[in-house]
Design a protein around this ligand. Structure first.
Ligand code: ATP
Ligand code: PRP
Ligand code: NIO
Ligand code: MG
Length: 491
């Protein structure tokens, strides 16, 4: 395969599971492909046993939808697919339909960087069912991973309490696109910069870095290595001090730092990459301070995550910059977000909606019917609860929310609370109507959002569960529908 030509210049419309295409074929053949439907993309529980999730990936989704089209090359490939009888899987009429297909859906979504909760639709797609169906896999592929990594990054940045986190993960990321998407999501989640130069180029993220052990090892002495680096990049010196003996390494950095200063440059600092990072950072701080480098930064790296950062903070570690790779970009302790995409309504001939529910023995897996919107209530600058409601039905004055997992848990939102609706219009009849924010706006939005939640939601151990519920008439309707479906199942 010629990687760049075949993979990166192809249309992404085939980036879907085969069953989406066979279902689209079925809808078309049965004369149902244009029937209007509503699908929601949502997840069922927070990753990392946490209390919050940062929505991410929407700009990719917008780009995907805006370019959604089957090229001649795609159609030619689909024409080669065969069924079990060795005959073409799809008839020509369907391939012609795909070749002429234009994206015509209405799309609403929660802006990237917004803090979101289980059961809340992140994206809502309304339009011809064949189109909605084809989008399930690519949308989940994009949103699940970026949301996961943005959330992991936010947790790590909460742990460092404002000290910069540098994302160093490219070498451990899940392939080429994984590496790029991770760098983007990590930046949105709060990281200050990435080592990934292509991500810097593509997304406008700051790039930063130090040097590796190989640099030191390629010289006869550590001093030689530091001095040569200082000659070449006098304004970019973060010396990696742990190749042989960390304390000795810090002393060598100080010596080179003094020479740099005499030449009018300032050493940025040192990096620790092994050993007891609490003990060694305290020791390094002492040496640097005594030698007249109180401003020198101490960067730490080595399999860090939010829990180790917390522990290092408790040990009074003197680390000011945190380099994190593997555990960030692989979302190490939970490598996938279980986001799903479910149908929630079909338009009837008389123009009204036929609402849909997926039954399950597990309450958490019963889907929510309706054309859903999320209303977030706030009081005195703090978010107090979210209400999932059916936008096309009238709702009572008093906002009562009912826990979708336990109908006995309900509460009324105060009448004087302010609110905002989270899902914003992106596409109207297939036309993009949304101003795509810059990545720095998205990052700032995520940081602001997190500030507005009670600290309990953000703690790592047994986080407070923020109130999210179904609006009362929606909840009642859902239970009626479930009872109805169960009765039908029995008969
Ligand atoms: N003071 C500390 N408290 C808690 N965790 C720490 C502390 N210092 C380092 N760690 C973490 O402990 C792990 C140490 O990993 P490991 O046992 O491989 O040691 P190492 O220093 O990398 O060893 P080596 O010297 O062989 O490279 C890393 O995840 C590191 O972030
Ligand atoms: O530890 P991470 O969070 O993944 O951060 C990135 C790591 O990548 C580099 O070393 P690498 O892991 O390639 O080698 P080493 O750990 O064996 O030195 C670097 O020195 C960091 O330790
Ligand atoms: O610049 C660094 O220090 C760096 C970059 C990638 C991985 N580890 C460290
Ligand atoms: Mg390593």
């Amino acid at each position: 395969m010629k990687l760049t030509k075949d993979l990166y210049q192809t249309s992404l419309s085939l980036l879907t599971d085969l069953y989406q295409l066979t279902m689209a074929y079925g809808y078309w053949k049965a004369g149902r492909s244009e029937n209007e439907s509503v699908f929601h993309l949502f997840f069922r529980s927070h990753p990392f046993k946490g209390g919050f999730t940062i929505a991410c990936g929407l700009e990719y989704v917008i780009d995907y939808l805006d370019n959604f089209k089957f090229s001649e090359d795609d159609i030619a490939y689909l024409a080669t697919l065969k069924g079990n009888d060795d005959k073409p899987m799809f008839e020509q009429g369907f391939l012609d339909y795909l070749a002429d297909l234009k994206f015509t859906c209405d799309v609403e979504a929660v802006p990237e960087g917004t803090v979101v909760f289980p059961q809340e639709p992140l994206i809502r797609i309304k339009g011809p069912i064949a189109q909605c169906q084809l989008l399930e896999t690519p949308l989940l592929n994009i949103v699940n991973y970026q949301t996961l990594v943005a959330t992991k990054a936010a947790r790590m940045n909460l742990a460092t309490k404002g000290e910069p986190v540098l994302e160093f993960g490219l070498r451990r990321a899940q392939g080429i696109d994984g590496g790029l998407a991770a760098s983007r999501a990590a930046y949105i989640g709060g990281c200050g910069a990435t080592s990934n130069v292509l991500a810097g180029r593509l997304f406008g993220i700051p790039v930063k870095g130090t040097h590796a052990h190989s640099w030191v090892m390629s010289f006869d002495t550590e001093m030689d290595a530091f001095e040569t680096y200082a000659d070449v990049l006098p304004n970019n010196c973060v010396f990696l001090v742990d190749t042989y003996d960390t304390v000795q390494g810090v002393r060598h950095a100080v010596e080179v730092g003094k020479k740099l200063r005499a030449q009018g440059h300032e050493m940025i600092g040192v990096r620790l990459d092994s050993g007891d990072l609490a003990y060694l950072s305290i020791k390094a701080r002492e040496i640097l301070d005594e030698a007249g480098f109180p401003e020198a930064t101490i960067v730490a790296s080595n399999d860090l995550d939010e829990n180790i950062i917390n522990s290092l903070k408790l040990q009074d570690a003197k680390i000011n910059v945190w380099g994190i790779g593997t555990k960030l970009v692989t979302a190490y302790d939970q490598p996938a977000l279980g986001g799903v995409y479910k149908i929630a309504a079909m338009r009837k001939d008389d123009g009204s909606w036929d609402y849909k529910v997926k039954l399950s023995e597990q309450v958490i897996k019963i889907s929510n019917p309706g054309v859903l919107q999320v209303r977030r209530f706030y009081q005195d600058g703090e978010y107090i609860g979210d209400m999932i409601f059916n936008e096309v039905e009238k709702i009572p004055e008093v906002a009562t929310i009912i826990d979708p997992m336990d109908a006995t848990r309900q509460r009324d939102m105060p009448a004087n609370a302010e609110f905002k609706d989270l899902l914003q219009p992106l596409f109207k009849s297939g036309e993009l109507t949304y101003r795509i924010p810059t990545i720095d706006e998205v990052k700032a939005h995520a940081a602001n959002e997190l500030k507005n939640f009670h600290a309990g939601v953000k703690r790592f151990i047994n986080p407070h569960s923020y109130p999210v519920g179904l609006e009362k008439t929606l909840s009642d309707y859902k239970y009626d529908l479930i009872r109805d479906l169960r009765k039908r199942k029995q008969s």
